[in-house]
Design a protein around this ligand. Sequence first.
Ligand code: ASP
Ligand code: MG
Length: 595
Amino acid sequence: MSLIVQKFGGTSVADAEKIRAAARRALRAQQQGNQVVMVVSAMGKNTDTLVDLAEQVCDEPPAREMDMLLSTGEQVSVALVAMAIHDLGGKAVSLTGGQIGVRTDSSHGKARIQSISTERMRKLLDEGNIVIAAGFQGVDDDLNITTLGRGGSDTSAVALAAVLGADMCEIYTDVDGVFTTDPRVVAEARKMSNVSHDEMLELASLGAGVMHSRSIEFSKKFNVPIHVRNSGVFTDEPGSIIGPIAESESRAVSGCALTKSEARITVTGVPDKPGVSLSIFERLAGVNVAVDMILQTAGHDGKADISFTVIESELPRALEAVQEAADTVGADNVSHESDVSKVSVVGLGMATQSGVADRMFRALAEAEINIEAITTSEIKVSCLVLRDQGLEALRAVHAEFELGKPPSQRASFEDSLVATKKAKEADAVAVVSRLQSMEDLTVHGVALDDRQSLVTLTDVPDHPGISADVFEAVAAAEIVVDMIVQGIGANGKTNISFTVPQGDCQKAAEAAGCVIEKFGGRTAHQADIAILSVTGVGIRSHTGVGLRMFRALSAAGINAELVSTSEVKVNVVVETARGKGALAALEEAFADVIG
Ligand code: ASP
Ligand code: MG
């Protein structure tokens, strides 16, 4: 018999009528021969209302009491859903997180799941019940109620599907599926039939906001297919499947996203030696600030500049920490801008197709949008732009990659299920061991590519079209660019660094040099550098990864010249001669989580 998990978000259980509709849907699935577990969120905006109430009685509500309060929202929903099922003649039992045995750590408000017991659920299912589980909550070792963080019911649902070995986790919501970009801001946005885990992880963190990103980590780690669909649609119209494969193999870009409220901090005149950037990022981690686009210029006169983005709401906290670090290490200056947004394109196909970055830069140039900073990873290109041009930038990029049009060749629902099944079979043993510590960071491995070279362009005029010109010239010379980092500059100038295969170094430097020479820019290249990468699941949601990496390199006395981070990977560039040493240091640093 197959088992499915159906998760209903707040909008899908917002009133009595919707609760009855959800109950009917679950009963129908059961009548079709499935065992059914429902995971339910708090009704409508109930959680917001509770947060509001708490703030009215207390300036800084204790985290433990906040979880006690917020968990009641889900408790209301599960009871009502169970009643609705009884009323329709079905059998159902509602359970809180604690009653199921969802064990978490004790970090209230952002608890991570450690284990889930299945006995009680199995027994109820075997007796013919629909099990209705409260999403978003668990208990710690002392039975204190914990919550997983806002939007965490998605994560509860996929985690339950994982431990029960469910065939499918359906996520019912108020949209039709996962779109190429936010349909509320780009009218041409199109629902995708399939989205790959890695794309979804990047998109969720890029601000697409459809799913709690930790749920995607579970889906990937435990091979649970997710079907995102609209609870309001009465036909069985399919939504989007999140699984191992992308919608189309032929497309380099699958989706794009805008994160509006970014801020950038730049530290100039940082002593260019190992461990200095570490001390800055350590301070930021110490005050719980997640750092995003990291730019680091190669040193001059023994000094380097470091620049990175943070979420705007965390800027005050970040600035304070950075200023302290800058004083300690003896940096010249700390500055910031808070009127920036980040537009990004994502696609699994990008890993094998070139020409994405320069097309994106050209599209922005044609819309007369200046790029303030660039970072790339294997499946993502991100550009920082001024906030008042953010929406225009998103629309320009969506149009450039024709995301509104369906791809000619498209993967089907079944393709994704077959791929998931294969992954599941290949991975069966590892999956069982991962269930022991469900939500821990999993690192697949550390890799070294020591046949790379680095081209650095300095004093490049900072105006629209320069990056487009540079990377079009490099592409015209038939050179494949891997990492691109652009940003940091002063007096209307900027710097661009990128990596190319060793044999192409000279040619790439010449091609790029031709473009910038006429503006007085300078070109330099290092024919042999190494790129180290750490890949895994939960790389960014476990904020410690970048830090661990910096710490290991610094302890080995190795300087990171360039850094790029994404949801599934962190890359750093070091001198080739230090490549093997860096690899050994990183392997040791991640030994406990490689699996
Ligand atoms: N009710 C919780 C929230 O609003 C959890 C969820 O809906 O996923 O954040
Ligand atoms: Mg949600």
